[in-house]
Design a protein around this ligand. Structure first.
Ligand code: NAP
Length: 348
């Protein structure tokens, strides 16, 4: 199979480097174009700011500006700050590119799919509503905090039904991009506020877990109450989840439904699909970001659920979930989405 050429918008950022890492030896995709803003004109290897080893193959590529006329690509991943994404992504769509974006600019538009490939692949049908003469379209992936939460909620919703979700988060500093939160503010500290995060977690969860009725998404109707905090960990968002269910919860059964959960990427054996999307740990003080963030057959792509408990009421399930914010929460989910789009014939 001839490889599909991919360009990356925002390639020099915290998430951009993860794209490069995942794509450098990808069996279907080949990096062709890397773009940035302040680093335009520099070699990629010198422009990357995050502490990361840049693969030799792309170290000498010149970082270009985000101009669709200069992009030699069949597909574009966007890791742009949201303010820039609205205009830049629109230009790429208008020039006929399929765009897969992890920026929030278009996530909640009604004709734009917001995808976690294991959870709502049927929402990709929304692409047909975009009807672009150019042939371009956009698919988005969720906020990094919503990804771990929603992936863990999907089997709970299918098996028990959900009446209400309450979640408290402990989010790593890389989630804020580079340079992110000032070191003096976060070292030895916890900041119980992340701008617009709680709203995104709540709204995006309801969209992703919503029902596609053949033409649009009917949002899930249960409330999602989030409290989000930044903590001084490097990678990995930990979340304490409380779910009120429709049906009575049985603990052993709940552990099994997490363990058994598989989605379309696993059935299709997509290259970036982890064998187990949800890993359950029964060690009493896990998951921990430092120990578990890279768990699984594709490091960073599985979420880890632990401390699974029933609440005081029989219809309450409680657990912690950990997800890699830059991989499962960003680049990894976007690449898995691109693989799914390719397998379904939307790309290539
Ligand atoms: N970090 C995470 O864990 C995470 C998770 C999920 C989603 N996201 C989302 O992913 C996006 C990128 O996040 P990040 O953490 O990688 O941010 P970042 O480290 O700040 O990187 C931003 C990237 O965008 C480029 N850029 C900035 N302004 C631009 C503009 N006006 N036009 C074109 N390019 C521009 C930068 O290029 P230069 O370096 O050349 O200036 C850099 O490559 C954001 O929308 C964020 O919300 C992040």
């Amino acid at each position: 199979m001839k490889k599909i050429k991919v360009g990356i918008l925002g390639a020099t950022g915290m998430v951009g480097v993860e794209y490069v890492d995942f794509l450098i030896n990808h069996p279907w995709f080949k990096i062709s174009t890397l773009s940035g803003k302040k680093s335009v004109g520099r070699k990629y290897g010198e422009a990357v700011k995050a502490l990361s080893n840049v693969p030799r193959e792309v170290g000498d590529l010149e970082v270009i500006d985000p101009d669709p006329r200069k992009f030699d690509a069949d597909l574009v991943f966007s890791s742009l700050p949201s303010e820039a994404a609205r205009e830049v992504e629109r230009e790429f769509i208008d020039h006929g590119f399929p765009v897969i974006s992890e920026a929030s600019a278009y996530r909640m538009e009604k004709d734009v799919p917001l995808i976690i490939p294991e959870v709502n692949p049927e929402h990709l049908e929304l692409i047909r509503n975009q009807k672009k003469n150019s042939g371009g379209f956009i698919v988005t992936t969720p906020n990094c905090t919503a990804v771990g939460l929603v992936l863990s909620l999907k089997p709970v919703l299918e098996y028990y039904g959900i009446k209400k979700v309450v979640v408290a988060t402990y989010q790593a500093i890389t989630g804020a991009g580079f340079p992110g939160v000032p070191s003096y503010s976060i070292l030895g500290n916890v900041i119980p506020y992340i701008k617009k995060e709680e709203e995104k977690v709540s709204e995006e969860t309801k969209k992703i877990l919503g029902r596609f009725n053949g033409s649009s998404i009917e949002y899930a109707s249960f409330p999602v109450e989030a409290s989000c905090a930044r903590v001084p960990t490097i990678d990995g968002h930990l979340e304490a989840v409380y779910v009120e269910t429709e049906r009575e919860v049985h603990l052993d059964e709940a552990v099994e439904i997490f363990r058994r959960f598989r989605g379309e990427p696993q059935k299709l054996s997509l290259p970036t699909a982890p064998r187990e999307p949800i890993i359950v740990t029964e060690i009493e003080d896990r998951p921990q970001p430092r120990l578990d963030v890279d768990a699984g057959s594709v490091p960073g792509m599985s979420i880890v659920v632990g401390r699974v408990r029933r609440g005081e009421s029989n219809n309450v399930l409680k657990y912690f979930v950990l997800s890699h914010n830059r991989i499962r929460g960003a680049a990894g989910t976007a690449i898995l989405t691109a693989e799914l789009l390719t397998a379904k014939g939307y790309i290539g």
